[in-house]
Design a protein around this ligand. Structure first.
Ligand SMILES: C[S@@+](CC[C@H](N)C(=O)[O-])C[C@H]1O[C@@H](n2cnc3c(N)ncnc32)[C@H](O)[C@@H]1O
Length: 233
């Protein structure tokens, strides 16, 4: 395995300890995204959406939801899952880059930035800046700070499991992740980490006025979400 996209390109990624974890995870993410949808007429883009098993909740809260997923098998299963929902479109990263300018009210990228190099992140942030309508919102979630990332993630998963009836599966899932390609890829390809100040500066340089949200999207509050509005001009 040579890339994070390959790592995630399974029907059910090893990162979810069982189907319940996956479904509670995606429902939680969808509920957070719904809270950022500005109106029922909004056009929303979710970049690096993963298995997105609750995307129908987001679609119900907006006019159109574009799901962008780079992993081909995950994208194929999303296409099948949402074939009957006229509000949901599933596309590739390349297709997202070619979408009409100023066509989205909300762009979300959650738990993807750590898998991109700093230059790749700059490139996608620039694309989002052009895709957003004037006054639109870019929500950048699950940014991993440089310190204590692994113990914080393990603890957050165990707590999430305890609160949602899959504690023991979470404990054994941590062992499974430990022996999976995750740690090997972490060493060879790397994971990107940002302090709050570094990310705010990156977003400012990309032409956004940004602030850290009071809560991170999802179950790991050690990580950070940023709310970004495009500067005028
Ligand atoms: C942890 S999952 C996040 C899924 C979903 N957004 C969530 O919050 O659960 C990471 C996602 O990043 C995507 N990804 C990894 N590397 C990528 C890259 N270089 N370009 C685009 N997407 C990438 C994977 O395909 C996967 O869907």
């Amino acid at each position: 395995m040579t890339s994070w996209i390959n790592f995630y390109d399974f029907k059910h990624s090893v990162i979810y300890v069982n189907a319940r974890h996956r479904d509670v995870h995606y429902r939680t993410i969808a509920e957070y995204i719904c809270a950022y949808v500005p109106s029922p007429a909004a056009h929303v883009l979710d970049y690096g959406c993963g298995e997105a098993t609750s995307a129908d909740l987001v679609a119900a809260a907006c006019a159109q939801l574009v799901l962008v997923e780079a992993a081909p098998n995950v994208r194929a299963s999303l296409t099948v899952r949402y074939a009957g929902d006229p509000k949901i479109v599933v596309i590739t990263s390349e297709q997202a880059a070619a979408l009409s300018k100023a066509s989205f009210d909300l762009v979300v990228m959650h738990s993807v930035a750590q898998y991109l190099s700093a230059d790749e992140l700059d490139r996608v942030i620039k694309i989002f800046r052009t895709l957003l309508k004037s006054g639109g919102l870019f929500v950048l979630g699950d940014i991993v700070p440089p310190h204590f990332a692994a113990p914080a993630a393990a603890l957050a998963l165990l707590r999430f499991g305890a609160a949602n009836g899959f504690f023991w599966a979470a404990a054994s899932g941590l062992v499974r992740i430990f022996v999976s390609d995750y740690l090997r890829l972490k060493k060879t390809v790397g994971l990107s980490h940002y302090s709050e100040a570094a990310m705010l500066e990156k977003l400012r340089r990309a032409g956004f006025t940004a602030e850290r949200a009071a809560r991170n999207i999802g179950h790991n509050q050690w990580r950070m979400t940023f709310l970004c509005r495009a500067d005028r001009g």
